[in-house]
Design a protein around this ligand. Structure first.
Ligand code: BES
Ligand code: ZN
Ligand code: ZN
Length: 490
């Protein structure tokens, strides 16, 4: 699908469908030269996501789809995203090759200006058209080839360009997530990272193999990998800005790249185990960010670190009670081999701290089932070490509708992770509850006093409510737009 922009005052040109938004209780604003049949204008109430198709005559447009935004006062970016996706999906299902979307001045105001509106419409158009069909022997042919976004001036077009890149990066991450475990192994993830680096002079990629990890002493990560025939990888991407502006920082993004989590010897129940192909969603988000950085750039130096392995039961696999030593020398008693995310992340965090020395670390991981209990599928649980980071991530979450909410990480949670046998144990006693805080407390041990936030995306990486451009049972690409917004904010 090719996305282009036009100034809203220019002639729309020919398109198989013209999509127009309307507010509830208001007469729909129309571009010059387009008039609606009376019946359509009367029928259409403008309720959020309401649609009305109408034939129009004269000019280069034959068909109009009105899409409701609801009451003007309730309209926000999220409604614009959803209404855009409704339009794109309808054009696709009607088998049309081209579509134009024209936004009126009040809708641009609701979208907080021309740039933000352009960005919002473009990302939603791209995301709304996403389909995962890599595994179909005969993929359904996509019909919609051309989408023209008509909005006010250069700022709108610049926003749309950015939005297109953001949308594509989200879809790239979703492709990685949705791929089944046999097609998205640690080696496959590493190859995807290398491809990203090859496409940009600003990005380099290093992939550490098991021998290198062993030399560095990454016993926790390698302890998880022991049960798998697939070699583990540690992906390290670096984005360097062409020139470092004042105030620019070094930021490390660490993503859990567990390509399939059976639980290991502490085997998971069979029901819905297939969903554990999504356990690499944190890693997918980090790669997605770099996919966009290749085109958008960023004032900060950004490191993307993805520890990647499978978690499998096997004669060689780590057993409950085994002790492994992490890169920083911490010894860990593995009481439950299913709490493996923290084991691969702790070596990645120790690596980031020792080798990158970042100002800020953000890690994304499908870490605990408990966060799904607490926050469901719409909100990511975050554990920010500073108020600044909490506020910045919250702001980014609201802007992207990839919502986040802080959860507590107390000294008592850290105490609970101490082991009688080793320095740490990988689970707290089940009677303590607060499973997500326990996971975060384990990770906290490895970041020391570096500014840090752990984002538990176990609920949000897949399985959210259908929201037209995202949601449902497949991967959501969560984290990509959130982190890019955070990086963009400064
Ligand atoms: N990958 C899972 C967490 C998960 C569970 C994500 C369900 C999404 C949906 C993680 O590795 C895990 O198994 N965590 C355990 C930790 C427990 C053993 C302390 C969990 O949450 O049950
Ligand atoms: Zn697990
Ligand atoms: Zn896991």
């Amino acid at each position: 699908m090719k996305l282009t922009c036009k100034d809203s005052s220019a002639a729309i040109g020919s398109a198989d469908l013209l999509v127009l938004f309307g507010f509830e209780g208001e007469k729909a604003q129309l571009p010059a030269g387009v008039s609606l049949p009376k019946a359509a204008a009367l029928d259409f109430k403008g309720k959020f996501r309401e649609t009305r198709l109408a034939d129009v005559s004269g000019g280069s447009i034959d068909r109009v789809l009105l899409v409701g935004l609801g009451k003007r006062a309730d309209c926000d970016w999220e409604r614009l995203r959803r209404a855009t996706a409704v339009g794109v999906k309808r054009a696709e299902s009607m088998g049309l090759a081209s579509m134009a979307l024209w936004v009126s001045e009040p809708a641009v105001e609701a979208g907080c200006g021309a740039e933000a509106t352009g960005r919002t419409l473009a990302e939603a158009a791209v995301m709304g058209h996403y389909q995962f069909d890599r595994c179909k022997s005969k993929p359904t042919k996509r019909k919609l080839e051309r989408v023209v976004l008509c909005g006010p001036g250069r700022e709108f077009a610049a926003g749309a360009k950015r939005g297109e890149v953001l949308g594509q990066a989200n879809c790239f991450a979703r492709d990685l997530q949705n791929a089944p475990g046999n097609l998205m192994t640690p080696s496959n993830m590493a190859e995807e990272a290398r491809k990203i680096a090859r496409a940009s002079t600003a990005i380099t990629c290093k992939v550490l193999d098991e021998a290198t990890m062993a030399k560095l002493g990454m016993g926790a990560l390698l302890g998880v990998a022991r049960g798998s025939r697939e070699p583990a990888k540690l992906i390290h991407l670096v984005y360097k800005p062409t020139r470092r502006a004042k105030g620019s920082r070094k930021i490390a993004l660490v993503g859990k790249g567990l390509t399939f989590d059976t639980g290991g010897i502490s085997l998971k129940p069979g029901a819905r185990m297939d969903e554990m192909k999504f356990d690499m969603s944190g890693g997918a988000a980090v790669l997605g960010v770099f996919h966009a950085l290749a085109q958008l750039g960023c004032e900060h130096e950004v490191h993307g670190i993805v520890p990647s392995t499978e978690n499998m039961p096997d004669g060689q696999a780590t057993k409950p009670g085994d002790v492994h030593t992490a890169m920083d020398g911490t010894t860990i008693e593995v009481l439950n081999t299913d709490a493996e995310g923290r084991l691969i992340l702790c070596d990645a965090l120790a690596y980031a701290k020792a080798k990158v020395k970042p100002d800020t670390i953000l890690d994304l991981a499908t870490l605990t089932g408990a966060v799904v209990v607490g926050l469901g599928h719409e909100v990511t649980g975050i554990f920010p070490s500073t108020h600044n980071l909490r506020d910045a991530l919250h702001k980014a979450g609201e802007a992207t509708a990839e919502r986040v909410w802080p959860l507590p990480l107390l000294d008592t949670h850290k105490e609970q992770m101490k082991s009688q046998v080793a320095d740490l144990k990988n689970i707290s006693s089940p009677s303590m509850g607060a499973g997500s805080s326990a996971g975060a407390a384990f990770l906290a041990h490895f970041v020391g006093d570096t500014e840090w936030c752990h984002l538990d995306i176990a609920g949000t990486a897949w399985g959210g409510v259908e929201r037209d451009y995202v949601g449902g049972s497949s991967g959501s690409g969560v984290g990509v737009r959130l982190l890019l917004e955070y990086l963009h904010q400064g």
